[in-house]
Design a protein around this ligand. Structure first.
Ligand code: 26M
Length: 795
């Protein structure tokens, strides 16, 4: 009888033997890699053929980051080969999980925004929709984080290997990108024409990566651009070495800032490189007339980083395709749509006009013209100064990319209901009034194929045993788990799996970081980038308070808890780095105290990344989502943790609001100020943390200890933490929300004392999490923005 497993084993062994070397795990990895690539290639060719034959409208998702994580295991899962391969390898005495560990994850993103892009391309392919990702092939991804004396240090990373890379170089599709040069207006056959003389050319080479959808039915493409020297002449030939060096730098590394616009010329070069290369390929390889672009292509820009796509598309249409301004503008504004991911002022893309003028002279002229025409269109209205300020693209020598993105797009969305409301009612109120039907909400999502099927194979199996396999294709069917929320044996199985995943995490940490964790403790997990508004500081201050209580009160002997932290700080973000240092200081103090250690353990997981997330998330009991209300646009870690049966302690912020709505507040631990209150305080500047300190003796004591340096290491560390809380007036309302946070933690302890009831709450969270699958998000984008049609699956 035919057996996939036997076929796989036969082929695997033959290939291993052909390599003729020792049977190492590395060799097994190479072999498995090659086999997987062959399975994928067939399906990839078929998909591309279907696309050529059918000519449906395509989506291009432009993003400066795609944080895809390891691909081998995920591809096997999406091909439906994972179990077969695992069993086959088992029988050959090899462990698939060990082989997977040999892959270096490409860290081509900072955090939420980049990971969202990766979840989106997975969902596009899984839904059989023609949507491709366009990004940059950074040689170095996000830095590796190590702690030295408790401080974060950053090591450069290289994910690209000599062989067995995840992507394929497409030399024949290279395009040229031009920077600098002088503007010249020349008389052409049909009127004036703008030329750029003596520009500097850089070659963009695409590398294509397959994006394997569920069941291997559709394989889309993630195309990443790499910068190389161009064959074209350029003015500074004599400086070839400098040119060569500058060119290579463009895609040399990912900028490690998240929510901070650095304003550096290299960053601008990267952004333009992505936009120009991607647009040129789309236009060069089309099978329709240029006027029909909006009916054949949708371009989604992921935040303002690729917003130069708007003036660049204008440039290509006018200068290269000889369209009039009005024709070009009509096409552009029916092709491009924009997603906003933040309302933080410091993260709003702003560029110095002179920088754009010198690096991209033609683009600058076009932006000026867009701004001029938009301002002119506003003239009939009576707008006050504030409104005009909010509506200007260029102002006082700065270009505001968010305004450009809104004006040049046909749809603009926020990433959670609350966030979209804040955009419409506050941050972009005036723009929303000008373009009343442009703004809409698309609440983020996560791919359950990575965050449940791959990361928690065991829980997935239990779910399928209970409700059958249809939830995998239709994740909203997870709601059928509600029937099992009070089923004793199901709850026991759930608890057993939670314990197993805790063991897996413990084993992983033991191996990588040499820490030992109590598997019976509550796993309380706070994983995300370090930022003031995400309030890791509040979490660690609370741990200090618990320590004080244990030392002071002989009757306070709480159930053991392990507090996990994971996350990186931008290398230039001094405050965030001081918080990291403080957490490590507190960890050593708490962990080395024989009494406190029985109740509290603080573990800082070094170098948090997608791979580490896959260990941490399935093991979590408690999910910390404690941002200052109004600041977190959505959050997506909150959804991953919920889907793995962790209970959320969280504020009414971002998508937490919708999580609470879905699961019910009684199945979460909600605390803190609402966004309205926070914004009121900010407007009135009326919050004074000293009042809190004066009215709460426990907080006062904590502050005193901080000032004395009992919890910090060195003057610098004390000054920064205390300085922000007191002199800087606690901009993220840490002290204001502290007491209600602490009460919410007391509720957690109470609830955990009833294991079966706790498990019931966990299961209700999983049951309510289906709506947070990115399949739902992508289907909504497709229905409301992109209007794609599904291609028939062949497998
Ligand atoms: C900017 C300049 C220079 C270098 C890097 C940047 C930059 C990079 C990433 C700025 C922002 C970046 O990402 C912001 C981000 O991750 N935002 C998050 O997006 C998620 C997906 O929508 C949301 O869930 C988070 O709430 C939001 O913070």
């Amino acid at each position: 009888m035919f057996s996939y497993k036997e076929e796989f084993k036969k082929s695997f062994v033959t290939r291993m033997e052909r390599k003729g070397m020792e049977k190492t795990a590395e060799l097994a990895y190479e072999t498995l890699w090659e086999m997987t690539q062959e399975w994928i290639q067939k399906r990839w060719n078929r998909t591309n053929q279907l696309y050529r034959d059918n000519n449906e409208k395509k989506l291009y998702y432009f993003s400066i980051e795609f944080l895809i994580g390891r691909v081998l295991g995920q591809n096997l899962i999406n091909l439906n080969f994972y179990d077969t391969v695992k069993e086959g390898l088992d029988e050959l005495g090899l462990q698939l999980s060990e082989i997977e560990e040999l892959e270096t994850e490409p860290g081509l993103g900072n955090g939420g925004l980049g990971r969202l892009a990766a979840c989106f391309v997975d969902s596009l392919a899984s839904l059989g929709l023609p949507g491709h990702g366009y990004g940059l092939r950074y040689k170095g991804g996000l830095f590796t984080q190590h702690f030295v004396n408790g401080y974060q240090t950053e090591q450069p990373t290289q994910w690209i290997q000599q062989e067995h890379n995840v992507d394929i170089r497409r030399e024949e599709l290279a395009v040229d990108i031009s920077y600098y040069g002088e503007i010249q207006v020349v008389m052409g056959l049909d009127g004036l024409k703008v030329n750029v003389e003596n520009p500097e050319w850089v070659k963009a080479i695409p590398y294509d990566m397959p994006v394997v959808g569920a069941n291997g039915g559709t394989v889309n493409t993630l195309r990443l651009w790499q910068a190389e020297v161009s064959d074209r002449p350029f003015p500074g030939r004599e400086d070839y070495a400098v040119y060569e060096h500058e060119t290579a730098k463009i895609t040399d590394r990912l900028y490690p800032d998240d929510s901070l616009e650095a304003g550096k010329i290299l960053r601008l070069k990267q952004q333009y490189f992505l936009c120009s290369a991607s647009l040129q390929t789309i236009l060069n390889n089309r099978s329709f007339s240029i006027e029909a672009l909006p009916e054949n292509a949708a371009i989604q820009i992921n935040d303002t980083h690729p917003a130069l796509a708007i003036p660049e598309l204008m440039r290509l249409l006018i200068d290269d395709h000889a369209l009039s301004w009005d024709q070009a503008w009509d096409i552009t504004t029916r092709t491009i749509s924009y997603t906003n991911h933040t309302i933080l002022e410091e993260a709003m893309g702003k560029w110095d006009s002179r920088l754009i003028q010198s690096l991209l002279p033609r683009i600058y002229l076009i932006i000026e013209e867009i701004d001029r025409r938009f301002k002119k269109s506003l003239q009939q209205q009576e707008l006050d100064e504030e409104a005009l300020h909010k509506l200007s693209i260029i102002e006082n020598g700065t270009i505001k990319m968010a305004v450009l993105a809104v004006v040049g797009s046909y749809k603009v969305n926020g990433v959670a209901k609350l966030h979209t409301e804040i955009l419409k009612k506050r941050e972009m109120k005036e723009l929303n009034e000008q373009f009343p039907n442009k703004f809409h909400n698309k609440t983020n999502g996560i791919t359950h194929r990575r965050w449940l099927l791959k990361a928690n194979h065991e829980l997935s199996g239990l779910i399928t045993e209970a409700i059958g396999p249809r939830w995998i294709k239709e994740p909203e069917r997870l709601s059928e788990l509600h029937y099992f929320a009070q089923n004793h044996s199901f709850l026991q199985d759930f608890q057993a799996i939670k314990s197993l995943k805790k063991e897996h995490l413990i084993h992983h940490l033991q191996r990588n970081q040499n820490v030992v964790v109590d598997p019976d403790s509550i796993f309380d997990i706070h994983i995300k980038r370090f930022h003031g508004y995400k309030r890791q500081l509040m979490n660690i201050l609370h741990i200090q308070m618990l320590y004080d209580r244990i030392k002071r009160d002989p009757t306070y002997r709480p159930y053991p808890r392990t507090f996990f932290f994971g996350g990186k700080a931008a290398p230039s973000y001094h405050f965030a780095k001081q918080v990291i240092k403080m957490i490590n200081t507190v960890a050593s103090k708490v962990n080395s105290d024989p009494l406190a250690r029985k109740h509290l353990h603080v573990v800082f997981v070094e170098n948090y990344n997608v791979t580490q997330a896959e260990y941490l998330i399935p093991a979590a009991d408690v999910s910390e989502q404690i941002s200052t209300a109004s600041k977190e646009a959505s959050g997506t870690g909150n959804m991953k943790l919920m889907m793995n049966g962790a209970l959320t302690i969280g504020t009414f912020d971002g998508a937490n609001v919708e999580i609470f709505e879905e699961v019910g507040q009684e199945n979460a631990f909600v605390f803190g100020m609402r966004a309205e209150q926070v914004m009121q305080y900010e407007k009135e500047k009326s919050y004074n943390p000293k009042e809190i300190i004066d009215s709460d003796s426990e907080i006062a004591q904590l502050m005193e200890e901080l000032i004395k340096g009992e919890w910090t290491d060195g003057k610098n560390n004390v000054d920064f933490i205390v300085g922000q809380l007191m002199e800087d007036s606690d901009p993220y309302f840490v002290l204001k929300d502290f007491r209600s946070y602490s009460k919410a933690h007391e509720q957690i302890l109470k609830a955990y004392a009833h294991p079966e009831k706790w498990a019931e709450m966990c299961v209700k969270n999983i049951a309510a999490s289906g709506i947070f699958s990115s399949d739902r998000t992508i289907q909504q984008y497709s229905n409301d923005v992109w209007h794609l049609t599904k291609i028939p699956s062949i497998y």
